[in-house]
Design a protein around this ligand. Structure first.
Ligand code: ADP
Length: 293
């Protein structure tokens, strides 16, 4: 073999990487819309938003929910599927079935115990996420909602690289200044990795009395809207503080299903409508016009 041909020869590592890429794009091709939920810091309600978004969409669509928070997986508890172990069928991991048939997978489902700490470095976390995308039998879905860990770590980078056609990120914040400052970081990060931003949600935004409907801004509110306006991205809406959200989250009952008439659910439904509108806008445009149009 000539020196040139030798150089062009594909190494086994390269062949494996190419095969991996192919399997990834085949798996992702079956999923119409991929939406990630991010936040600059923890505890702002990101998993709550991801889980309830999945439930609200699942009323009319086929939905998957991927818990990409490898080191702190909360989705199994929030969705009431804690302790379930996925089956492996024909070398594929079968996702756990949650409410309304939502297909769920989380590191929490493959760890021996929910208390087991995961101490993994970046490359391992990225490999695990790739496996969740490729080796889980998602099948055909209308939406895959991806709950990312807080901050700008390896997981969002991995998702941005592995799902280049994602419709984009929903950024969750609370009205507190500290959380709002982190919004800027999340947006800069999303822009740097070319992940479109679908908009900002302000969570824990005041309290609406479920009896009389009176709304009280307990802390300052409106920061999420101001941040969105300042950054020229859509503001998707606010969710009030509602004690039933905490109780539901702890007992695995997403609030949009448990309390369909609560002020928080009504507020959330408006957000979902906007998300669907933004997702439709971000649909990839056809690359060429069919002949005769
Ligand atoms: P994150 O994913 O950002 O860490 P979580 O979704 O786990 O945050 O929410 C943190 C806690 O706040 C949970 O106990 C959750 O039930 C609660 N929570 C989230 N949103 C609200 C809300 N609007 N009203 C009351 N409690 C909420």
């Amino acid at each position: 073999m000539s020196k040139e041909a030798e150089k062009r020869e594909i190494s086994p590592e390269m062949a494996r990487a190419m095969q991996d890429r192919l399997r990834l794009s085949e798996a992702m091709r079956l999923i119409k819309h991929k939406v990630v939920v991010m936040s600059g810091k923890g505890g702002v309600g990101k998993s709550t938003v991801a889980a309830n978004l999945a439930c609200a969409l699942a009323r009319n669509a086929k939905v998957g929910l991927l818990d990409a928070d490898i080191t702190g997986p909360d989705i199994p508890m929030v969705m009431g599927v804690e302790g379930k172990v996925p089956r492996v069928v024909k070398n594929k991991i079968e996702p756990i079935e949650g409410p309304l048939g939502i297909k769920i997978i989380s590191m929490g489902h493959v760890l021996p115990s929910s208390e087991a700490p995961v101490i993994w470095r970046g490359p391992l976390k990225m490999a695990a996420l790739r496996q969740f995308l490729v080796d889980v039998n998602w099948g055909g879905l209308d939406y895959l909602i991806i709950d990312l860990p807080p901050g700008t770590s390896d997981e969002p980078l991995s998702i941005a690289q592995d799902i280049p056609d994602s419709e984009g990120a929903i950024i969750v914040t609370t009205p507190q200044q500290l959380s709002l400052l982190d919004v800027n970081k999340s947006i800069s990060f999303a822009r740097a990795v070319k992940l479109p931003v679908l908009g900002i949600v302000e969570n824990m935004s005041g309290y609406t009395c479920p009896k009389c409907g009176h709304h009280e801004d307990l802390f300052k509110s409106g920061g999420g809207k101001r941040a969105a306006d300042g950054l020229d991205i859509p503001f998707l809406g606010s969710i009030p503080i509602d004690p039933s959200i905490v109780l539901g989250g702890d007992s695995g009952k997403p609030f949009v299903l448990e309390h369909p008439n609560s002020p928080a659910t009504k507020a959330f439904e408006k957000i979902v409508e906007k998300v669907v509108g933004e997702v439709e806008k971000h649909k990839p445009k056809p690359k060429f016009k069919p002949v005769g149009t």
